[in-house]
Design a binder for this molecule. Sequence first.
Ligand code: ATP
Ligand code: MG
Length: 429
Amino acid sequence: MSKTLQAIRGMNDILPEQTPLWRYFEGTVAGLLDGYGYRQIRMPIVEFTDLFKRSIGEVTDIVEKEMYTFEDRNGDSLTLRPEGTAACVRAVLEHGLSGGGQVQKLWYMGPMFRHERPQKGRYRQFHQIGLEVFNLDGPDIDAELIVLTWRLWKLLGIRDAVTLELNSLGTSEARGRYREALVEFLTAHLDQIDEDSQRRLKTNPLRVLDTKHPETQAVLVNVPKLADYLDEESRVHFEGLKARLDAAGIPYVINPKLVRGLDYYSKTVFEWVTDKLGAQGTVCAGGRYDGLVEQMGGKPTPGVGFAMGIERLILLLETLEQVPESIARQVDVYLCAFGEQAELAGLTLAERLRDQVPGLRLMVNAGAGSFKSQFKKADKSGALYALILGDDELAQQVVGFKPLRGQGEQQNIAWSALADHLATCVVQG
Ligand code: ATP
Ligand code: MG
């Protein structure tokens, strides 16, 4: 017996019941970003493996154990993108988009791939919407990124369920000084910290701050604070950001342990977290990466950005019952035709209505069928109204206009008046 075909674990189909919510979400974000002057960029899903090693950092979880890497037929090592920033920076450099200090405000959307343990809110193919801004180094743009997400949470009706966590990582010099103090502290407590943290102590000590291990967390209560090692420039930048968030009325908590998983961050880092989704509570995360472009071979170019996880935000919309009712209905009107002459007339009528009523969602019955079976299909389509075309209607040049959701009686409407009627009761109503 042949094995049933299956999708790869952690890689999900998004079924037709779900796509209206995805399109609502993506459309809401796209409209918001248009309103702030951000422009969309689309990068390939596959890049040279080296790109991610150089940008994300060799000793991060992503590069050490999460990448989908393979050799193509030329023997090149390629990787399915685990995140968007690296490819975005690569594209910006390749096409000279940041040359001469040009400001770029970009966004992208699409699938990312990480070989993680699949669970609620954590998948192997997941989707992000990301923003990246180049050549602006002030806290005003950091604030704008946060302000626009704050507006997004309001549009989506989830503002009360998310909290902003903020930290500053300082410049790489400041972080270097802090790293020494941290290593000294952790080395002194080596026997009290978990194995993973012991390993990270050697490779990427800052990540220990991020540990989920309770015993290590207990040790970290007395850990030296990154804030005490901040350089003056980063301190002023951070104060500038906080002042703007205060002015905009956006609440935040300073989380000194927030270090983010990727190597390339500097100064501002932030996460929007929720307690409504269990362990996978970060719905949006980002920060400043002033050294990244140079590290990738470009001129020194300040950068700042973030990415949000679409699956987690969609889960949050569902959990909080913030899925707008209007998106569930995908068909307004269902046209039933009985007999060959009526079918032919129905086809031309439907096409004329599509010309005359922009935005009309009209499904024409296919596959003929009895009264009973066509009405059943009309009902199942979710349509508000059925249009009925049989020999009698044909002779009188009318359609039967039948409300399917209990909004009044069936009536006959002349073909010539139908477009106006639909425009008022379906498209506007
Ligand atoms: P986490 O700590 O949850 O692993 P991360 O720091 O690895 O997150 P980022 O690389 O910053 O995540 O990605 C930005 C956002 O993308 C996350 O905040 C989350 O919403 C989403 N995300 C990351 N990894 C996954 C995944 N495997 N499945 C679903 N969403 C994800
Ligand atoms: Mg992760």
